[in-house]
Design a protein around this ligand. Structure first.
Ligand code: ANZ
Ligand code: ZN
Length: 862
């Protein structure tokens, strides 16, 4: 710490009340100037960590900046409060999850006020509160009424530890649950889905309009949606009960290489045969546990297909490598050109040799199989298409088959419908009643919310709702007969897919939000959050926003009903990590010895050797965590905020090194010292303008300050580059300090610029700004509005110039004179210079051949 730092902590306490309130509303120049700044709402785990500190430091600085510029800023905060951790904590501790959640929210809110974050607490929302989830249910019912929520028997991912269904996205590449880490099992269950795929095309196409999004995030979204243009082709069968099979292909020109068709395990034709074929049944049961790249297959020996182009007969296999939920769950197998079909064909259709149909482009090599390049030339045995490029042949083949009714050009998406059912307690109940006669029926709007019943002593994992007869047994809203309530709750991504709309109208009791409020405030202008949400949360939110737009609940047509105009993804915060170079073991602070000098080397206590130093994701096991509360109570919130913004550009990983905070602390003291020094130089007029007759040093100072002010402004408004803001603050402070110490600038100009400095540092270090403003106000009779963002002034030019006098190419002396001098004639200039001793020294009795005037140079050729 810089000596005296406790003072920074005291100052924050002194001004806390005022700073967390934000700015007193300024008289606004323009009522329509509003902005919506949002940081992703946290899960109420009970503690904020350094990563949160980073996000809220960013969003609060932007929030205050826009307030100072006279905007009506919406900067709300809330809690993403449903989900497993609360439920698990409740089971462990035998408390009500809502109680646990409420306590955690209180703790985290306190931390937010400790860091001086100014949020619109009057708009706070909590997703587990009935006055929020009532509207989550209402939105679900709107989806249901538009056929975008439906039930389907589906093979689901079952987490045997948490006893719940997981979305595909929640299972990692090793087949483990993202939360419990357990190996996920496959089960067949009736589940609720949302029809996000109906919006796939817009979700893909509209990414093009999101100029304010990092391109990395857009490409992640694009890949996730996975659009591919191709064709569906029909293969006739010899089964009169099942006359044809459709396959999806992006490479129709490879029809000449097709040697089999492979079907997914649950393809309709397979299901038809499985009842009468015990071997097939056995194969399918076994195949469920095969790896995804399995080469195993089962031939449906009675069935033959006809290649629609070559009319050849080909066999059909059942193969686990075919995805049931992509295209038509059927692949035309081309061992010669596809790297998945090649090993499969080799293993299963081996008696025939591999049939090739493509040659490489001139100069290329195709000796290795499979030859997968999509840019090729049609080879032997391709009839009328021989010699065409593969792209050209593809087009012609599809159009030929289309004219025979055997093909159709289509676009496929990898995106699947969104599985939202969860068999868990702590979530929004799905507002549906199942009736034997009427089927699934909406809970009438007047009966919303379907309250989550209180459960005392949550015990087993799993879903307690299904074991509560008083919850389950109801009468059908349509026919009045006994019926059963749905007991699944919703995926919590559903809660967070619309919360940004609710902030625009948080107290509306009738509807999720009013059309007017949402249309006025949405889209969110600046959305700040982690890259970990780059895919799902953003995709679901975009889907729901587009859906709500499509049914006229808001008008976002200016930006294609997109919810987030500009997206800022902050990088992670990594901690200083020490490990033993021999064993690789992570070391605790207590295992290290260090001197008081932060720059001297650290050593391992037991061995005396120097540990390895790396920066890694903070975690308990690496003993590299920085504690939010500790940091703030040691350095104060202002220094902490400035430090975290200063250390790295927003999008980059931030290497947290607390010792570097000293520089920031020193800077803050400099501001306070300058406030005292300059204020003590007298009393100044309140409303003076920058004087006209600036001396050259004053001009230089003035211009430097203007340049920095412009840079600070643009870093906030255009580039959102907050590390640059801090370094510009420091430059500004140093310029002011130098000018003050050296007496280069009139005191009134110092005072004027001190005020500007105080105003512009406010977004990042509000209590320092308040304190400095108070110091100034105590010594001055006027009061000024230190919240007003300074207007940029023109750069000025000095009326006096330091002319360099050059004689025969060498600079001889400096002549300070008014700029007007340049307009005088040659004789006047010479006689003015001759009044100086240096002028006489170089010019007396010499003949001037030439006199050149340029900028601040007076050059003589003698
Ligand atoms: C023949 C072919 C030949 C194919 C070739 C590719 C290369 P993308 O681009 O990802 O959309 N396919 C179709 N349905 C499938 C399913 N249910 N499971 C697994 N694979 C499936 O991939 C499209 C290609 O994936 C399609 O084009 C099809 O194989 C395969 F040299 O048809 B292709
Ligand atoms: Zn009914």
């Amino acid at each position: 710490c810089f000596p005296g730092v406790p003072k920074l902590v005291q100052l924050a306490d002194k001004w806390k009340h005022k700073t967390i309130e934000g700015l007193p509303a300024l008289a606004r120049d323009d009522r329509d100037k509003n902005i919506y700044i949002l940081s992703q709402f946290p899960y109420p785990s009970g503690v904020l960590h350094i990563g949160h500190l980073r996000v809220y430091a960013i969003s609060d600085a932007l929030n205050r900046f826009y307030q100072q510029k006279g905007y009506d800023v919406l900067h709300p905060m809330g809690w993403d409060a449903f989900g497993l951790p609360a439920e698990n904590a409740a089971i462990e501790r035998q408390i009500d999850p809502s109680e646990w959640t409420t306590q955690n929210i209180a703790k985290m809110k306190d931390q937010m006020s400790k860091m001086l974050a100014n949020f619109n607490w009057d708009k706070e929302l909590t997703t587990c509160s009935p006055d929020y989830y009532k509207f989550t249910q209402m939105i679900f019912l709107k989806l249901f009424q538009h056929n975008l929520a439906y039930q389907k028997e589906a093979e689901i991912n079952w987490d045997p530890v948490d006893k719940t269904v997981l979305a595909n996205e929640q299972v990692d590449t090793q087949g483990r649950s993202w939360r419990s880490g357990a190996i996920v099992e496959k089960r067949l269950l009736k589940q609720w889905f949302l029809g996000i795929t109906k919006f796939a095309q817009d979700l893909k196409a509209d990414l093009r309009h999101l100029d304010g999004w990092p391109s990395k995030v857009k490409s992640m979204q694009r890949n996730w949606i996975g659009q591919s243009a191709g064709a569906e082709l029909e293969f006739a069968t010899n089964d009169p009960g099942f006359p044809s099979i459709k396959v999806f292909t992006t490479r129709a020109e490879t029809l000449f290489s097709v040697q089999y068709v492979a079907l997914a395990l649950d393809h309709e034709l397979v299901r038809k045969h499985v009842t009468s074929n015990a071997l097939l049944h056995y194969f399918i049961e076994e195949a469920k546990s095969f790896p995804e790249n399995s080469k195993k297959g089962f031939m449906l020996s009675g069935i033959k297909l006809i290649n629609p182009l070559t009319k050849q007969e080909i066999p059909v296999f059942v193969a686990p490598y075919v995805l049931s939920s992509y295209g038509h769950g059927a692949v035309m197998g081309c061992p010669a050109t596809d790297d998945r079909d090649y090993p499969f064909g080799h293993e299963n259709a081996a008696e025939e040799s591999i049939v090739r149909c493509l040659d490489p482009l001139p100069g290329g090599d195709s000796s290795d199989l499979p030859f997968t390049s999509p840019d090729a030339v049609m080879g032997e045995n391709t009839g009328e298409f021989r010699g065409l490029s593969s792209v050209e042949a593809r087009r012609k083949i599809v159009s030929k088959l289309t004219s025979h009714g055997q093909a159709k050009q289509i676009t496929q998406y990898r995106l699947r419908d969104w599985l939202i059912s969860r068999q868990r307690y702590w979530g929004t109940p799905i507002p549906i009643i199942h009736c034997n006669d009427c089927g699934p029926v909406s809970v009438p709007e007047k009966d919303l919310p379907v309250l989550l019943p209180k459960v005392t002593g949550l015990k087993s994992k799993g879903n307690p709702l299904s074991q509560m007869p008083e919850f389950v047994n109801v009468s059908c809203p349509e026919c009045g007969k006994p019926a059963k309530r749905e007991t699944d709750t919703m995926d919590t991504f559903m809660d967070s897919s619309w919360y940004f709309f609710r902030y625009t109208d948080p107290h509306n009791r009738r509807e999720p939000f009013s059309y007017e409020n949402a249309t006025k405030r949405m889209p969110v202008d600046l959305y700040i959050g982690g890259v970990e949400h780059a895919i799902l949360h953003l995709l679901y939110s975009r889907f729901i926003a587009k859906f709500l737009g499509s049914i006229g609940m808001w008008d976002g047509s200016k930006l294609f009903n997109e919810p987030f105009k500009r997206l800022i993804t902050q990088g992670m915060v990594h901690g200083k990590t020490y490990s033993d170079p021999k064993t690789g073991k992570f070391l605790k602070p207590s295992e290290l010895s260090r001197t008081n000098d932060p720059d001297s080397p650290v050593s391992i206590k037991t061995t005396g050797i120097e540990p390895n130093l790396t920066y890694e994701k903070m975690s308990k096991s690496k003993h590299n965590g920085a504690d939010f509360n500790e940091c703030i109570s040691k350095h104060g919130p202002d220094a902490t905020r400035a430090h975290i913004l200063f250390q790295a550009p927003i999008e980059d990983v931030l290497l947290w090194d607390e010792s570097k905070i000293v520089g920031v602390e020193r800077w803050l003291f400099k501001i306070l010292a300058l406030a005292s020094t300059i204020s003590s130089r007298g009393e100044f007029k309140a409303d003076y303008k920058t004087p006209e007759n600036l001396k050259q040093e004053e001009v230089r100072f003035h211009n430097e300050v203007q340049k920095l002010l412009k840079s600070v402004n643009d870093s906030f408004e255009v580039h959102i580059s907050l590390n640059t803001v801090i370094s510009d603050y420091m430059k500004f402070t140093n310029a002011l300090e130098t000018a003050t110490k050296k007496g280069l600038v009139r005191d009134e100009i110092l005072m004027q610029n001190l005020q500007k400095l105080v105003a512009v540092v406010y977004p990042v270090v509000p209590s320092i700004a308040e304190e400095a403003a108070e110091i100034i106000n105590q010594s001055q009779r006027w009061n000024w509005n230190h919240y007003q963002w300074p207007k940029l002034e023109r750069k000025t030019e000095s009326s006096t110039v330091n002319f360099q006098v050059v004689v025969n190419g060498r600079m001889r002396f400096i002549y300070p004179a008014e700029r007007q001098l340049l307009k005088e004639d040659r004789e006047t200039i010479i006689s003015r210079l001759m009044t100086l001793p240096e002028g006489r020294k170089y010019l007396l009795n010499r003949k001037v051949k030439k006199l050149i005037l340029k900028n601040n140079i007076i050059s003589f050729i003698l």
